[in-house]
Ligand binder design. Structure first.
Ligand SMILES: Cc1cc2nc3c(=O)[nH]c(=O)nc-3n(C[C@H](O)[C@H](O)[C@H](O)COP(=O)(O)OP(=O)(O)OC[C@H]3O[C@@H](n4cnc5c(N)ncnc54)[C@H](O)[C@@H]3O)c2cc1C
Length: 399
């Protein structure tokens, strides 16, 4: 395991840092106050090659290793974790195609992402099936002509209001059974659909092959307001066989494989946020004096800064170890992916909460970025598997 950074990786990091400094951080508090979806930033990030990092060389011409991906996501998240959540969601939706799709499916489902800054959604969670995905009820029924009919409701879906491609997990086989499939409603089809914007802000997407995808009113969230989140309903969507990824009975395994890939990415999101919280707090406590002394020079406050720094560095070390293990496909990669996610979420929550505390009353004011960071940090501990779910995975592997 080599944890040193290559020249290429250093170049990626510098590119993202420049983008974040020049385009993301200026005006970030105004953008997020209005739940302003940052299509301009998404386009610029795409132009810089910071999106769709999981698309394989067979489609794009080059591969991006997981350590580089984690470094890019971390730096983007230093600017804003709503932006990086939306950006990373394309990989969440597309990596299953990269891993299990046929050559034709890779071309059909992944090529559009190399040609324009389009967005995808990963549709797994349902109102009654969150941590327990196996309880999902979205169902795909086989028809006499060999196609399937998809019906069901997904919730909390990132990019739902803007996506032109949907990766969907659903039950198949006997109604109420356990067999799960994974399918993609492709960009090619959605872009030819008849799309109506509803008064709620949702969309009704009438697919040319039959059926409707309805996205709900964009959710109003506590944090990560630059990301878009909404429900997605599938109503009698006709699914041809070639939209189904891999073996139609192995969807649950595919979903778990995607989450193994994605957890280090969420860890990178948490780590970027934790680092930003640490940096804005150091800057503030150097600037602010009480009792004739800078806050950062007071022993108790300095201890807190030291604890924040340790959390960031520990989370980074675990993330890099997890990324290397996944790259090397070691047997214990899953527990390190979960550990990295939990360590980064803990660092993000700790640094944002303690950072706010060190800002005193000013930290509680909306004009100070630390208050936004504390709101944003909450979801890192929840999405793509809560802290308890990660611990369940670690415990199961260890015992
Ligand atoms: C902003 C946002 C974006 C999201 N984006 C997506 C997306 O793009 N695609 C997608 O499919 N989903 C997405 N999600 C859904 C997210 O992954 C789920 O919210 C998450 O997995 C938790 O599921 P739940 O909300 O149903 O909580 P629940 O599963 O109901 O959990 C509630 C509480 O119970 C605890 N709990 C549950 N089971 C156990 C157990 N066995 N032992 C101990 N404690 C337990 C949990 O840890 C949690 O604290 C998103 C959510 C949000 C808020």
């Amino acid at each position: 395991m080599d944890l040193s950074i290559s020249d290429d990786q250093r170049m990626y990091v510098e590119t993202v840092q420049k983008f974040v400094r020049q385009d993301v951080l200026p005006g970030i508090l105004d953008r997020e106050k209005d739940h302003d979806f940052p299509l301009d930033l998404i386009r610029k990030a795409w132009e810089l090659g910071l999106l769709n990092l999981s698309i394989p060389a067979s489609v794009r011409g080059y591969d991006m290793d997981l350590v580089s991906t984690a470094l890019i996501v971390k730096e983007l998240s230093y600017g804003d974790t709503g932006l990086s959540t939306s950006a990373m969601c394309n990989d969440l939706a597309n990596v299953v195609v990269a891993m299990n799709g046929t050559d034709e499916q890779r071309e059909l489902f992944l090529r559009p992402f190399t040609e324009e800054p389009v967005l995808a959604s990963f549709c797994l969670t349902e109102p009654g099936a969150g941590s327990d995905n196996s309880a999902m009820t979205t169902f795909m029924r086989k028809q006499d002509d060999g196609t399937y009919l998809l019906n069901g409701e997904k919730c909390f879906i990132t990019n739902a209001s803007y996506a032109t491609q949907f990766t969907v997990f659903c039950k198949v086989g006997k109604p109420g059974g356990l067999m799960m499939a994974c399918l993609v409603i492709p960009h090619e089809t959605v872009s030819k659909a008849d799309i109506t914007t509803l008064p709620s802000g949702g969309r009704e997407i009438r697919l040319p092959g039959g059926g409707v995808v309805v996205t709900g009113k964009p959710e109003t969230k506590l944090g990560q307001r630059l990301s878009n989140t909404a429900t997605v309903n599938f109503e009698d969507v006709v699914v041809p066989g070639d939209w189904i990824i891999g073996n139609r009975r192995l969807g649950f395994q595919y979903a778990m494989d995607v989450l193994d890939y994605a957890r280090p990415m969420v860890a990178a999101i948490g780590l970027g946020l934790a680092r930003r919280a640490f940096d804005v707090t150091i800057a503030y406590t150097r600037d602010r004096s009480q009792f004739g002394e800078r806050i950062c020079d007071m022993p108790v406050a300095r201890n807190t800064l030291v604890d924040m720094w340790k959390k960031v560095e520990t989370a980074e070390a675990i993330l890099m170890k997890a990324a290397c293990k996944i790259e090397e496909e070691t047997d214990d990669r899953g527990i390190f992916a979960s550990f990295a996610k939990n360590a980064a979420a803990e660092a993000a929550l700790f640094c944002a909460a303690e950072g706010l505390h060190l800002h005193g009353g000013y930290g509680f004011m909306e004009e100070y970025e630390i208050s936004k960071l504390l709101r944003d940090a909450q979801i890192v501990d929840i999405y793509e598997g809560t802290r308890e779910v990660q611990d369940m995975i670690i415990g199961r592997e260890l015992a």
